[in-house]
Design a binder for this molecule. Sequence first.
Ligand code: NDP
Length: 434
Amino acid sequence: HENDRGQVEYLQAVDEFLPTVEVFLKENPAFIEANILGVLIEPERILQFRVPWQDDQGNWQVNRGYRVQYNSAIGPYKGGLRFHPSVNLSVMKFLAFEQIFKNSLTGLPIGGGKGGSDFEPKGKSDAEVMRFCQSFMTELQKHIGPSTDVPAGDIGVGAREIGYLFGMYKRLRNYDAGVLTGKPLGYWGSEARTEATGYGCVYFVKHLLNDSNDSFAGKKVVVSGSGNVSIYAMEKAKELGATVLTCSDSNGFIYDPNGIDVELVKELKEKNRERISKYVETHSDATYYDGQSVWDFEVAYDIALPCATQNEINETQAELLVKNGGKVVAEGANMPCTLEAVSVLDKAGVLYCPGKAANAGGVAVSALEMSQNSERLSWSFEKVDGMLDDIMKNIYETCRDTANKYDAANNFVLGANVAGFEKVARAMLSQGLV
Ligand code: NDP
């Protein structure tokens, strides 16, 4: 659409998607006749709103809030809230668009949405974050609900923010556990939700490796980020016998040849909200590379798990990844590889697992949190974790088998897009495209 010009991330996500579903449409012309792509590409609803809040000095600040309710063909809108200065309409739309197919792949009844704000929680006091969240929810509550739209966390939105958002929703609309996921365990959060995206990403690769009788044992893994997704990807990879060499934040990265001490990263980032540079204060064998990207680092490894943010790996960095020996790239983050980077990986025969498949574990467990909230019961960690592993196995097999069906072995992008799309498209057609 003419109005979408300049929405770089959004157009990138659509450009990646469109060519891959042609194989399906060729076999199913009824979808072309119904202009399914034309309708699907247009979000059902986009909300943009003002978020005024007072800082600790009593000054009024203002940020911009968003919720993109992209597609509800197979369930209520579902997708996280991101608080980061880089948030704009393009970023929101790309994330919501990807979310449609990711949610479809989970096999659970959830539609696609995403939201957030250009608010920066870093460096703000708890009271400032609370006032911002309360103002944000004052508007958002008009548009969400357990059967309508169920937001969760994403970059900059963790347990603290979800708590403040939930508290404000409750004051305005009364208690309803099912309106947000990623809640703390004390008020109807799900066991294993914190771990789900990172663990799920590693489970996806586990099943991929399993196909060739291989495993994580003895593998060297490079991870970016040190947030929610990274921490639990590192934890699970380590548990399965791998050595995790790196992690990062937006200021620099850590290389620890002995393997990243995940408990320390948890303490630094989850508990103390500190920078990753602090890691080397207690680990003298490790090195901190200030201002550098882990993807510019020369070191031998087998598996790359980009878990920070979009477009963190460009073409040159993908070439280095191949030179470093990377055989598998599984995206914990959303769209961390540029289109050019993906093309380099494809040409080199690297097994590339796109985020909409590899990081679907988070939203899958969010949907399980909704189920638990509906039945007013909590399931054990083992039960939820077991279901997560099964869901990731199913997603991997769906991507693999769909790619094979269209003579595109190992093209998990095609597999994920076609399988995710088919279910949504069929639902839209049968509902008269509403
Ligand atoms: P967090 O806020 O917990 O952590 C984000 C990490 O990435 C931090 O280490 C952060 O560093 C780093 N980072 C963020 N933005 C940038 C940037 N522009 N440049 C360099 N580093 C950056 O977020 P999550 O772990 O929840 O999310 C990470 C990725 O995973 C995102 O792409 C998100 O959409 C995706 N994802 C998350 C899910 C979830 O369940 N949380 C589910 C599915 C996907 P710093 O601290 O310096 O900002």
